[in-house]
Design a protein around this ligand. Structure first.
Ligand code: HEC
Ligand code: HEC
Ligand code: HEC
Ligand code: HEC
Ligand code: HEC
Ligand code: HEC
Length: 430
């Protein structure tokens, strides 16, 4: 029995180390490649390529089966050089497509090209249905690590049983050699029963069970309410890529509230009508008004023939909300977008032409349909608050107040909550 408990001890130890290592290893496996690739693809390639249909360039689905990776790694960053070098496959590709030149992308290194290829291979992330409100998760990390832990525990138990049997056999051989009488070998069933009588083994078994169930529960808990990648189907195919990206319409034009108040607000359809009274995308639909734009008209009760509104026919557009904090969490846009703008820009390394919104909402200007980019968990909020340096904002009225209060505290003068923002509506009201 002592041997078994020794073995148990060492197996127990190695199990611990194993599972720790495997959890770390598995959770660092990065499932983001295709997501990065998607962003790059939308920004650089989507103007000429789609996955499943020919546009200016060929449909790219299955392109990794048509060409070896080595070819694609050269073609995508600099197809012109490859064609100029006389590579037969490149020349053929160029000639077969009517000698239309593809743009070169010297800024794409090998890792980025591989990300794009990963996206092409995986295709679009599947959209969730609005009714269920289920989240589309873009990483299977936690599932993997749970599977890893379970596999390791099972493996450990198997090894344990084998080691136990082997050590018994050895013991018996030694005893036999010394000419000592031994009792008959116990059948497996009895052996197992005996093992469960061993308190240490039972402890070990229960601990394994707790680890398994615990890790399920833990990961489940972390994912409850986390909707990264959530992309419900919207009533109109409104594209941020087209409006905020290609047409460069400022976020502020439609989400004015973000700069003034807690809520960013979704624009009313009247804002759309500033353009869509005239912009009807008729050239895409053989002279007809785009069916998507007709939905705007229908919702407002607008008749494009008579150019008149009929209130009685109007019905509100029901956009499906993408981002949604629970009611008990208070988040204020203007505090982040206006007060904290410089600090957040610096912390997240945003370019001057990128709106501060990208820090939390990702590259919205490349999203054909908007999706939740950040996890919106408490941990996410807290981490940014811990990391962001807000010093050096001297011309900021908010900080001017903080400095004023600080001076007064130092001098021991009277200081009121009003000085600390206690009169601002948003401190007390939602
Ligand atoms: C200006 C339009 C344009 C852009 C932008 C563009 N391509 Fe292309 N692409 C083409 C054309 C046209 C071809 C066909 C070959 C030719 O005519 O040179 C092509 C061919 C390809 C092929 C070979 C397809 C096949 O079926 O063999 C791949 C792969 C490819 N492009 C990837 C990309 C990627 C990745 C990007 C973005 C980083 C991109 N392209 C951006 C126009 C474009
Ligand atoms: C032409 C108007 C328009 C412009 C410009 C625009 N948006 Fe939007 N935005 C909308 C509409 C309409 C919706 C609701 C439909 C949807 O979710 O796609 C929306 C939704 C969103 C959402 C998701 C809201 C939710 O339900 O949680 C975010 C985030 C967002 N926009 C950010 C931005 C950012 C950042 C920019 C600037 C880069 C921008 N928008 C520019 C009209 C616009
Ligand atoms: C500042 C001008 C402007 C505003 C405001 C604007 N759009 Fe657009 N929208 C455009 C332009 C330009 C196009 C491209 C039309 C084309 O492809 O011919 C477009 C295209 C579209 C399309 C695609 C039409 C199609 O079938 O290809 C939809 C849908 C659309 N807009 C919806 C909206 C909605 C909803 C709003 C309000 C939230 C809105 N737009 C606000 C300028 C605007
Ligand atoms: C510091 C992170 C952060 C920044 C910066 C940020 N947002 Fe948000 N945004 C959020 C969070 C968190 C929510 C969810 C709020 C909620 O559910 O109460 C949200 C929600 C939204 C919504 C949904 C409607 C609403 O107000 O709840 C829109 C639209 C939006 N943001 C647009 C923008 C725009 C436009 C900008 C830039 C001007 C921007 N956001 C900047 C974090 C941010
Ligand atoms: C990208 C970084 C970033 C993220 C993400 C972020 N914040 Fe902030 N937040 C800041 C900065 C910077 C400030 C400081 C601005 C200031 O001084 O008022 C701030 C200030 C605040 C304040 C005011 C604190 C005070 O002293 O009055 C609240 C409340 C707040 N954030 C809530 C949230 C919540 C809730 C979330 C998550 C949903 C969140 N923030 C996510 C950067 C962030
Ligand atoms: C220090 C906290 C605080 C501040 C700051 C504050 N309020 Fe209030 N406000 C309250 C409380 C508490 C009530 C509810 C009082 C009651 O029920 O009698 C209230 C009630 C109200 C009501 C009446 C609501 C109703 O249902 O009758 C309005 C409107 C209002 N506040 C607007 C504002 C505006 C606008 C500001 C900013 C200029 C502001 N408040 C600033 C605490 C505050």
């Amino acid at each position: 029995m002592r041997d078994i408990s020794m073995i148990l001890k060492s197996v127990w130890k190695s199990l611990f180390v194993f599972s720790a290592i495997s959890v770390i290893a598995v959770s660092t496996v990065n499932a983001q490649d295709a997501k990065e690739g998607r962003t790059l693809f939308k920004a650089k390639c989507a103007s000429c390529h789609a996955l499943d249909q020919k546009m200016v360039g060929p449909a790219l689905a299955g392109v990794s089966d048509r060409h070896p990776e080595s070819f694609l790694l050269k073609w995508i960053p600099n197809n012109a050089a490859l064609i100029a070098s006389g590579d037969p496959a490149a020349v053929k590709l160029f000639n077969d497509n009517g000698k239309v030149a593809m743009t070169t992308f010297p800024e794409l290194d090998e890792a980025k090209v591989k990300d794009i290829l990963a996206y092409i291979k995986e295709g679009e992330p599947k959209a969730a249905t609005p009714a269920g409100g289920a989240a589309v998760k873009d990483d299977s990390t936690s599932g993997l690590s749970i599977a890893g832990i379970v596999a390791i525990v099972v493996l450990a138990i198997v090894i344990l049983v084998i080691l136990g049997r082997a050590s018994k056999l050895l013991e018996r051989l030694i005893l036999q050699k010394q000419g000592i009488e031994i009792e008959e070998d116990v059948p497996l069933k009895v052996g197992v029963r005996k093992m469960f009588k061993n308190k240490k083994f039972v402890m070990f078994f229960i601990l394994c069970l707790i680890i398994c169930l615990g890790s399920f529960g833990w990961m489940g808990m972390w994912e409850t309410g986390v909707h990264t990648g959530y992309q419900p189907v919207q009533p109109i195919k409104f594209s941020h890529e087209l409006h905020a990206g290609i047409n460069q319409i400022d976020c502020q034009y439609c989400h004015n509230g973000a700069f003034k108040s807690k809520n960013a607000t979704i624009p009313s359809l009247n804002v759309c009508m500033n353009c869509h009274k005239a912009v009807q995308a008729r050239d895409k639909y053989d002279g007809e008004i785009s069916p998507e734009i007709k939905k705007i008209y229908a919702s407002l009760g607008y008749d494009p023939e008579t150019q008149k509104y009929d209130e009685s026919k109007a019905k509100p557009m029901e956009w499906v909300r993408v981002h949604n904090l629970p009611d008990f969490a208070y988040f204020n846009h203007s505090q982040h977008v206006v007060v904290a703008e410089d600090a957040i820009r610096k912390a997240k390394g945003l370019q001057p032409n990128e709106p501060v919104c990208f820090a939390c909402h990702g590259p919205v200007n490349t999203m054909e349909e908007i999706y939740q980019y950040s996890p919106l968990t408490m941990k996410w909020c807290i981490n940014c608050h811990k990391e962001t340096d807000i010093s050096g904002q001297k011309n900021n009225a908010f900080y001017a107040k903080v400095i004023e209060a600080h001076e007064k505290i130092k001098k021991g003068e009277k200081i009121t909550p009003a000085l600390l923002g206690g009169l601002e509506c948003g401190k007390c009201h939602y």
